[in-house]
Structure formats: C-alpha cells, structure tokens
Design a binder for this molecule. Sequence first.
Ligand code: NAD
Length: 471
Amino acid sequence: MTENNILRVTNPATGESIEEIPTTTRDELNAVAERAKRGFEEWRGFAGLDRAGVFHGISRSLLDHQAELAEIMTHEGGKPYIENHDEVEWVASCFDYYGEIARDSVGYLPAPIEPQQLAMVIKEPIGTVACIVPWNYPLLLAAWKVAPALAAGNAVILKPSEETPLATRRMAELIEDLPDGLLQVVYGAGDVGDALVRHPGVDMVAFTGSQETGRKVGVTAAERLMRANLELGGKDPFIICDDVDVEIAAQGAVWAACLNAGQVCTSSERFYVEKGIASDFIEASREFVESLNIGDPMEEATDIGPMINGPGRDKVERHVGEAVEKGAKLVAGGERWGERGFYYRPTVLTGVTPSMTVMRDETFGPVVPIVEVDSLDEAIEQANSVPFGLGANVYTRDFEKMLRCMRGIRAGTVWINDPLTDNDAAPFGGHGGSGIGRELGREGLEAFQESKHVHIDPQVEKKEWWYPYGG
Ligand code: NAD
C-alpha cells in the first residue's frame, strides 16, 4: 500500500505491517537515470569473461544468503518458505546461465554479397532498461530480466512491486562488483512505474504483470517508439487423458493450481478431463485438496499460505461465487480460512461452463475448475478458447496424444507430465494476450540486444552499378 510517498509492506499471513519505506521521488529518479548512464559506460570496459566472473560471484552471494532471502520473501509475500527457498536457487542459476551464454552470443557472420567482403552482425546493448516486476516471484522475475539485460551490456533500473520491495532491496545489497549505477532499484506503486517508463533516460522496458497494466505500459512504450517486452497474465488449461494414473494426475493438477496459493502466472486454471476417468479424477482431486495443510508460510509442513492481499482474495471469491450462482458444484473449499491474514481454502469446482468468469478471466487463486470432455479434440478446442496463451499442461502416456497436444495447443510452453517446470535454457512467454516477447534462453538475451550489421569491403573501387546508368 502507498500513502504519502510511503510504501507500507504488510505480512499477508497476519495482515500486520512489517516495514515502511519511502517511494522514489521524481528528482531521485532523474539522479538514478544519470548514474545508470555512467554505469553503462563503465560496464563496456568489462570483457565477457570478466562479466561471467561477476555473475558467478552474484550467484554464490545469493546462495550464501538463501535462507535470509527466503525468509524476507515469505514475510512480505506469504509464499511458503520452502517455495521461496527454491526461488533463490533458481535466481542463482539464472545468473550463472546468462554469465556464460552471453560470452558466445556476441553476433554472427552472414554470407557477404561479394567474396572479398566481410559481413558481421554485432549484438550491442540497448542502453538503460527499466525492469518492472510483480509480487508473486519477486526475485525470480527480476532475475529473468536483470541477468540477461546486464549480460547483454545494459544498465538496469529495477522496480519491484509495492507489495514486495524488501527481498529485492536485500538482493541488490548482495549484488557486488558491478560498476556503480549499473543496477539500481526504485520503489513505489504504479505511479513510479509509469514515471520510469516515461523517463527519457530509459531506453527499453521489460515488464511482468497483469494484462491490464501491460497494455498501459505497451501504449506508453509505443508512444515513445521504445522496445517493450511484456510478460502478462494467463488462464492456463490442463488436459488429463484417460490413459493416465488418476491419483498422480490429480496430485499434479492440484499442485499446478494451488502452488503459491494459485498465484503463479502459469497456474493451471481450467481442467479438461476425458470422460472415462472424470469421476475418479474429481474424487482424487477432492481428497488431495482436503489433505493439504493451510497455515503459517514459515512452517515447513505448510502447503498453502495466504493470498497476497484482500483485493486478491476478493477476486477469487467473486469468481467462485458467480460460478456457484450459475450452477457450478462446489466439491471442496470455497471459503476463507483462519482468523487473520488473507487465506482462502483450495477449492474444487465441477459443472463449470465456458461463459463463467472462472473459466474466462485470470482467477489467480487456489481453484481447480473441472470440465468433463468427450474427446481430446474437444479438450484442445476448449484449451484454445480464451484470449491468453501462456502455458498449458497435459497428462498422457500416449505419444500420439502428446504430439496432438503439442501441435494443437496455442501456448508459449506446453508441459507434458511435468507441470510448471521452467528451464533457464528454454524461452518463456506468452502467445496472444499473454504477452509480447520472450524471457530465458537465447531469446531472453536477444530481447536486450540491438543488432548492428557491419558491411566491410576491403577493396576501394568504383562499383559498376553506380551512376552514370547510361554507361
Ligand atoms: P500488476 O500489473 O498490478 O503490477 C505489476 C507491476 O507493475 C508492479 O510493480 C506495479 O507497481 C507496476 N505498475 C502498476 N501500474 C503501472 C503503470 N501504469 N506503469 C508501470 N508500472 C506499473 O500485477 P501484479 O498484481 O503485481 O501481478 C500479478 C499479475 O502478474 C498477474 O496477472 C500474473 O499473471 C502476472 N504475471 C505474469 C508473469 C509472466 O511471466 N507472464 C509472471 C508473474 C506474474
């Protein structure tokens, strides 16, 4: 929450305020942009090997403080400690990956026009990149931008979410050996984010967040003719074929829906189950959901922590409430949990229809809406029926069905039998309304590079196609 230029950070497990920090002012932002320029110039003087050395140092330093960072993230964001502990490892791995991959991605040699010529494509940095991130994976989503942007030679101004600035602040303190100003953090809500995107000292924006905000950021970037990478929301489908072990599929499905209380951009939010196993799958999902531990996210035994805030939980309540009103059946959950904090019980719904909000808009909560389908073709058609295309999951042992899903589903990632596993070396991003551009992999580095074509002819001679045309 922002009030009088102060960010009030709240623990979602208790609703209590943890810390207040001042937001970045306009004058401070100007100074940050100036320092970023100087940091950018100094960074040019680092060879690829030296940059890789710095990145591996960052990775080690973050792992040395893994428990501390995980604890801060748990207090400010409510994600279970065990998930935050993993998050720090993924952040470290991202820095290691880009430290190395940037060393062999400086450009390439296309075939020249004439044999004596040399054609080169040189990959250059863009300048100062604004990285704006949400609260659900504060360090990971920052790393997916900061590591490739710096590896490509850019300076970075990072704005964490107003909900979760504290772990980012600590991470920035732990990142050493970069030139002064190369990586700076600014604090605030949407107004600070907007000022950053409009700032003349910023040359590119890399944004992760909701579709609604992403559209605003995209419009501002377009007005400035500035590159924008947009990683937005999703409404991921999950198809369960009738040839699988129902218990395993139900556990994978519930985990994919309820991880981080359903607040993952690639949370599975729509489940299409082949008719033959539908009733067994519903029963297995109910049993598994009811066995999960809800509680203090710092406790090791806690599976489900709180949601981020009141408005986030209200939205889930609205989606579930509307579905039930329109005839959906509540199989499990469907209510708040506990005396304090923003908890919501994992919920299983059946009898949902495509027109219900819970099957159309991003719910971003621990909800498993299940639809029985007559065929795989129907499941794929339903999977493609919303204007999002971030991720999709499939459970099947049948290779022919895997291929049909792989080819038929419109999504940036299709996971088969291993829900939600990301890979630093493979691109991540959305089709359609889920975004523009990619993070991770080589594409994730190229997102932060400009291409310069250099054409050299060592022979200084008149070309026959110049004037005069008449001979
Ligand atoms: P949000 O869009 O409300 O905020 C995201 C960030 O943008 C925050 O830092 C916020 O302060 C900033 N912001 C708000 N208004 C702005 C403006 N006008 N200009 C510039 N910046 C502005 O999103 P959220 O609630 O923090 O996060 C949840 C959303 O993020 C969900 O929709 C989720 O799907 C999405 N998400 C997407 C990915 C992905 O990789 N595609 C990953 C995680 C989360």
